[in-house]
Ligand binder design. Structure first.
Ligand SMILES: [Zn+2]
Length: 121
């Protein structure tokens, strides 16, 4: 993987570029403080945890939490020897299926799961 390119890629993503739906907004607000270790791990790959490519939310439950089946992030370069890891009981793995990306450079997609966040919207 190309950590340098990945960092540049995430830097140029503006908040306007991110999905504006309530589920994604909630995700972006809560993810870093809820999973600081996952955020740290992703940032070592050059990935900004607050700029997901895709989230797959369920509905908020009665206790005020919401589960996301997974969230996905773009990483520049090729997976090389990337292996599934567990960070804070969260899996980070290479995604096999994901929506079409519009990036021309070589990249792959990783997914993070399962995610459970406070529903603050
Ligand atoms: Zn969204």
């Amino acid at each position: 993987m190309d950590i340098k390119k990945t960092k540049v890629f995430y830097k140029q993503i503006k908040s306007d570029d991110l999905c504006n739906c309530t589920y994604c907004k909630n995700y972006i607000r809560e993810i870093k403080s809820t999973y600081p270790k996952v955020s740290e791990y992703l940032s070592r790959l050059g990935v900004d945890i607050e700029k997901p490519f895709e989230t797959m939310p369920l509905e908020p439950d009665k206790s005020g939490y919401i589960e996301y089946i997974c969230s996905q992030y773009i990483v520049c370069g090729t997976p090389d020897d990337f292996m599934k890891v567990m960070v804070d009981s969260i899996s980070v793995d290479i995604a096999k299926s994901y929506p079409a990306t519009t990036i021309e450079e070589v990249h792959f997609v990783i997914e993070v799961y399962p995610i459970r966040l406070k529903w603050v919207m």
